[in-house]
Unconditional design. Structure first.
Length: 524
């Protein structure tokens, strides 16, 4: 059994830099604490060189020129830690959520897929770097040893069996994460590294500090192992961003959304999944309106803005961040938020990518992603309710349908069932069906009757002679609603003198409620 520990050094700072890559080479300070008494909890190397240390107040930190100051954001930290777990799950299904900024996974049996343990460590670091995280990786047959070595060395570090104690001896005892009481006792004893702790007699240590000391002694000796506590992988991915200033225009908002979508799609792709639904949430800037209350002779403040929600369901799962950004831009152009945006949440529900195998003897089909983008552009022009797939309603009313969201179906086998001699089997023979073309809207017509049957039909200046007629068929329905209907329908074969293209079979309808004749359509 072999374990690989993945550790994110300076995790709080990296979670901020992951959302704002421009801060990578700038002095950065992270603040936390109750407002307004914020204090520095973390600073990168560039900020420490300027003299900034943990514990400084916000006012003291702002006096340093060129320092970027950010407040700690736990939602950003949660997204960064989730990205770390996604990177681990992309290599092994057996992953432990060890601590914030630390994940451990079982890598036994992965050599056939990814190469040696050193190559596995390098690939893990490369995958995490794509997700915006610089990590340390260590592999050992002892889970606790791998965790401690990953926290101490850049790696990838490979610990051979039997070398655990030798590698742990020079490391500081603080990496074992003792309790405050035990850490104080060890300082009084002069125990500063794992080697000194491992040299203490176990029985005396147990009498002095109890079972915690025995457990840390075993870990420092390279013998303290435990079972891997597996984490359950999730299929919902979330990203968060809080810009410095509220965003009003669509262009800068699209830039921020593009950054979030890039991070989201990288995580989804690492898990071999695809985005099915995107949920967008904005926290809008609170705007106030001063209203003078005459009864109390005071100014009453009324809040106007809140949150903005938007969802986008795709007919086909995708991993294309640019496509998702274009679709969200079209949606926001149609229904923009009514106030500047202060915070952005992005959540994706995922599905398995849909793989379609092409046919050697058929032309390549259009990209389904381009179809979705085209439908979104059409919907922004004609209305969302006017684009999609037509669904027939369970009604006797002619041409009763509604539009619903288009959903791509699976590939259909284009090969017909053939018999041995190459002739179609009887099951594949289809009866010829008569097609009907609706006129939308129906055409107003003038109908002449003779002895109860139509003999001439005229519309748009064209008059046709009825050769054959069938009907009437009286239909009615929904009399209990406002949109009730009642009609008499006829099928007529018309002949137009000198206009052979117009000659054919039509359906004419008498609307009993509107008291007028209509031409509903023609038969093919």
């Amino acid at each position: 059994m072999a374990y690989c520990a993945i550790f994110v050094p300076h995790f709080l700072l990296q979670s901020v830099i992951r959302s704002e890559p421009s801060l990578q080479n700038q002095p950065l300070v992270l603040l936390d604490g109750p407002a307004p008494t914020f204090r520095v909890i973390a600073a990168n190397e560039a900020a420490r060189l300027l003299g900034i240390t943990a514990g400084l107040t916000k006012a003291a930190a702002t006096e340093f020129r060129g320092v970027q100051i950010r407040l700690r954001n736990r939602e950003q930290e949660a997204a960064a830690h989730a990205a770390l777990l996604d990177a681990a799950w992309s290599f092994s299904p057996r992953v432990e959520n060890t601590a914030i900024g630390l994940a451990t996974m079982d890598v036994a049996g992965l050599k056939n897929l990814f190469g040696s343990y050193e190559e596995i460590g390098l690939q893990i670091q490369s995958c995490c770097l794509e997700l915006g995280l610089h990590v340390h990786a260590a592999v050992s047959e002892n889970l606790e040893t791998a965790r401690i070595i990953a926290c101490a060395h850049r790696g990838p570090t490979i610990i051979s069996a039997g070398q655990e104690a030798q590698c742990l001896n020079p490391l500081p005892v603080d990496l074992l994460v003792p309790s405050e009481e035990l850490a104080e006792v060890l300082r009084h004893w002069g125990i500063t590294n794992c080697g000194a702790l491992a040299a203490l007699p176990v029985l005396s240590l147990s009498e002095c500090v109890g079972q915690e000391g025995v457990r840390l002694h075993a870990i420092a000796s390279g013998k303290g192992n435990r079972a891997l506590i597996l984490a359950e992988p999730t299929h919902a991915f979330e990203e968060f961003m809080e810009p410095d200033d509220a965003v009003e225009e669509l262009e800068p908002l699209s830039f921020l959304l593009g950054r979030l979508l890039d991070q989201l799609c990288l995580r989804v792709t690492a898990r071999a999944l695809a985005v099915r639904t995107i949920h967008l949430k904005f926290e809008l800037q609170t705007s106030f309106e001063e209203v003078f209350d005459v009864s109390r002779e005071m100014v009453r403040v009324k809040q106007r803005a809140g949150t903005f929600h938007c969802s986008l369901t795709l007919p086909r799962p995708t991993q294309d961040a640019k496509l998702l950004l274009k679709l969200l831009r079209l949606r926001l152009q149609e229904k923009p938020p009514n106030a500047p945006v202060q915070k952005l949440w992005l959540r994706a529900d995922t599905d398995r990518p849909r793989a379609v195998q092409g046919d050697l003897f058929l032309p390549a089909a259009p990209d389904p992603d381009k179809l979705e983008l085209t439908l979104a552009r059409i919907a922004s022009a004609v209305g969302e309710n006017n684009v999609g797939s037509a669904e027939l309603l369970d009604s006797y009313r002619p041409d009763a349908f509604r539009m619903h969201k288009f959903c791509a179906t699976g590939a259909v086998d284009s090969q017909k069932a053939m018999s041995v001699d190459g002739v179609e089997s009887p099951q594949e023979l289809r009866k010829a069906e008569l097609g009907f073309r609706y006129f939308r809207p129906p055409l107003s017509a003038y109908v002449v009757f003779d002895e109860g049957r139509p003999v001439r039909v005229s519309w748009k200046g064209n008059t046709g002679k009825v050769v054959h007629s069938s009907g009437p068929w009286r239909l009615s329905g929904q009399w209990w609603e406002e949109n009730s209907w009642q009609e008499d329908a006829w099928d007529v074969e018309l002949s137009f003198a000198g206009k052979t293209l117009l000659s054919g079979t039509y359906q004419i309808v008498f609307d009993a409620l509107q008291k007028k004749w209509l031409v509903r359509g023609s038969y093919d």
